[in-house]
Ligand binder design. Structure first.
Ligand code: ATP
Length: 247
């Protein structure tokens, strides 16, 4: 079935510090309710693409100098992160980024700052704990003392507390053991399936990402070099050779 396009990135260029051209015309479209993977090696421009969408680029002296980014048809290329959260788009940054001195539960509650109703917040906390039973067990622990996997779960859980329509998830597998990576992706799939949350996820781990995503884009040096359904990409000989380590 063809799905409605929620997010459309049209031919964007991104420059850092007014000099370094990092994205050289990136286009992609994210269907509503799907999991879309943004793949590619170190420095290909995955994080930069996510930050251009979420508005986090500005705080790193990055600018979208060309192209447009449309969310539900509205241009958001000049948006700031708070506006984007209000529109339903939130980024989970690479490296997990918890508030180390707060407990796991306090971290989750910081994600609910846009919400007015305490009853809704309590219900959403319950929803997060249903997806991440481990976080319920650790809810009173100081986040800085929890494991890498638990911190990644906390970061995703905090994003869910804003009741997003779309989550931009940066490198969820980073630094995690394979079994834990699988567990995180299982939860992403479940949240996508049951809550209808749309995901755009940046991943270097092509193998795992293409098993969970519906469609994918491969970036190299700031350009999209390949795109397709996850199945097509998995079966593509170049992808197999260069990204899946088989030939
Ligand atoms: P990684 O997985 O390593 O984060 P990536 O595909 O997400 O890779 P980006 O982080 O988007 O890649 O980086 C793309 C390019 O932009 C790299 O060459 C990087 O050095 C450069 N870059 C990233 N952030 C900045 C910044 N704040 N200032 C200047 N250059 C930057």
């Amino acid at each position: 079935p063809t799905r409605e396009t929620l997010l459309e990135v049209n031919n964007i260029e991104v420059i850092y510090n007014h000099v370094i051209l990092v994205l050289k015309g990136v286009s992609l479209s994210v269907p509503k309710g799907a999991i879309t993977a943004l793949l590619g090696g170190n420095g290909a421009g995955k994080s930069t693409t996510l930050k251009a969408i979420s508005g986090l680029l500005k705080s790193e002296r990055g600018d979208v100098t060309k192209g447009s980014i449309l969310y539900r048809g509205q241009n958001i290329a000049e948006g700031n992160p708070a506006d984007l959260v209000r529109m339903g788009v939130i980024q989970v940054m690479e490296g997990r980024h918890c508030f180390e001195h707060l407990t796991v539960e306090e971290n989750l509650l910081t994600g609910a700052y846009t919400r007015a109703s305490r009853a809704d917040v309590a219900r959403d906390l319950e929803m997060v704990y249903t997806y991440f039973p481990r976080l319920r067990e650790r809810r009173k622990s100081q986040a800085g003392y929890t494991s890498g996997g638990e911190q990644q779960m906390t970061a995703i859980g905090r994003a869910l507390m804003s009741r997003p329509e779309t989550i931009l998830l940066d490198e969820p597998s980073m630094g995690l053991a394979p079994q834990l990576v699988e567990q995180i992706f299982e939860i992403v799939r479940e949240v996508n399936d049951k809550e209808g949350v749309t995901f755009l996820l940046a991943e270097q781990n092509t193998n795992v990402a293409l098993r969970y995503a519906h469609t994918g884009y491969i970036l190299e040096s700031g350009r999209v070099v390949m795109e397709g359904t996850a199945q097509d990409l998995r079966e593509n000989p170049d992808v197999k050779e260069f990204y899946l380590g088989m030939s």
